[in-house]
Unconditional design. Sequence first.
Length: 229
Amino acid sequence: MSETDVKTRLLEAAKPHVPFDGWSETVLRLAAAEAEIEPAIVDAVCPRGAVDLALAYHEAGDAAMVAALQEADLGAMRFRDRVAFAVRTRLELVEDRELVRRGMTLFALPQHGPDGTRAMWRTADRIWTALGDTSRDINWYTKRATLSGVYGATVLYWLGDESDGQARTWEFLDRRIEDVMQIEKLKAKARENRLVAGLMAGPLAFMGRIKAPEDRQQAGMPGRWQARN
């Protein structure tokens, strides 16, 4: 039985209990007992305990989103609509918002905050990758940082949204994306302005040496310096 199979079985057994006891060690052990998985195997696939199970749940959600995006007719959409569609798809695939709420509570703890940040970054990275992003310079980072912020804010709004079909959440998402688009328009105008371009020549040359990570498994790690010729 592979590690993925073990985590899948643990998740299926854990989901009914998470709304009541959170992503906790109690739930992890209960899920292991119900799935008839030996404690030693659980410790091997979840060495940090319940936090690894919560991260596996987030990863499964990302995988489902990517699969859905691959099936969607993205080419018929405006670019901004593709981004909104991707974020909306990620959230609409959640079967129980309480599972996400409990995850947000876990990752709000200081010791698990970096895990939550990396999880959102990877979601943003997978969205950009699915949408065909080819940037390899500093834009690789700024796109993911911006979308991480949009995604995180949207999740928080979505968790408290009781409107029909979460309509208010999708309106909120559209407004956040519009804000980002306005910033991009201002950046484009600044690049066209010769005076601004001259003043920014030095900083832009510096930032131009920042490259996206080569290892896709380290998608949240710092970039590298471009080697001199």
